[in-house]
Design a protein around this ligand. Structure first.
Ligand code: UDP
Length: 251
């Protein structure tokens, strides 16, 4: 028996539902099987995806927490539910790129697969109706979303996440090509890593495989109609859980 009960739906996103609970310092997140791409122009139901993303995210949040990254994560409950601290999400998507892929190669003359050294950090304004536009430093300042110190902290946390996850995935024979994170302010004003970290939000290449399509273990399999999406997420989960303790259950 868990020591909370679900309250009203607070927010429904493309891949998750967020519920209030009877505790003011606790929010419940349900990971859905819905898959979307290209700003929800492409949609599908992928049975098992929600549970895999919930588990992978839990394992990675706990790994990051052990390495000193503050997160919203508290524990899991069953296969699709994660309990988290409530945060005020900063409407900025932080992307770190270790290897050029995706929108970067569509927007700039940078060859797919080129190493980004040091890793590139890109910020986007989180608004689907605007298509998540790229944020320059001046645009971010104009929006007044973050103080310079908060922006510095946000970037520091994103680089710290990369500093933990990139070698971790490398040790599991996966290349962390790029990823997107979201952060939020806790009730006490602390900036916490939030949302999820999963093959929906990361590009991961299987370094055991040379073929450029076959090696893809992330949402690009769905975006590019490569098939085997849930199988690829399952492979990521298998490797990650082989290197991590069982995620804690929230009680
Ligand atoms: N990403 C994400 N949500 C978004 C946009 C991007 O999780 O709304 C992730 C994406 O899966 C990839 C990284 O952020 O791992 C960089 O994405 P990119 O800017 O290349 O955009 P995309 O190619 O996904 O359009």
């Amino acid at each position: 028996m868990t020591s909370y009960s679900l309250g009203p739906l607070l927010h429904e996103g493309k891949a998750k539902r967020v519920f209030q609970t009877d505790q003011s310092d606790l929010v419940a997140v349900e990971f859905k099987d819905d898959a979307t791409a290209f700003n929800a122009l492409k949609k599908a139901q992928l049975a098992g995806k929600g549970a895999l993303n919930c588990r992978i995210s839990a394992l990675l949040f706990e790994l990051l927490e052990r390495q000193g990254v503050p997160t919203h994560y508290l524990g899991i409950d069953g296969s699709n539910w994660m309990l988290v601290r409530p945060v005020q999400i900063v409407p900025v998507e932080v992307v770190i790129r270790n290897v050029a892929a995706g929108s970067l190669c569509k927007q700039l003359p940078i060859a797919a697969g080129a190493a980004m050294e040091p890793p590139l950090l890109d910020l986007y304004y989180k608004d689907d109706s605007l298509g998540d536009p790229f944020l320059s430093e001046a645009r971010l300042e104009r929006l007044g979303l973050l103080t310079p110190e908060q922006r510095q902290r946000l970037e520091e946390l994103a680089r710290q996440v990369n500093g933990v996850l990139r070698p971790f995935f490398a040790s599991l024979e996966m290349e962390l090509v790029d990823f997107k994170i979201e952060l939020g302010f806790s009730a006490s004003g602390e900036l916490l890593l939030a949302d999820e970290i999963s093959p929906d939000t990361c590009r991961l290449w299987n370094t055991q495989v040379a073929d450029a399509s076959e090696r893809i273990l992330d949402k690009d399999r769905f975006r590019q109609d490569l098939g085997g999406v849930v199988e690829a997420y399952g492979e990521v989960c298998k490797r990650v859980q082989g290197a991590c303790p069982e995620p804690r259950t929230y009680r």
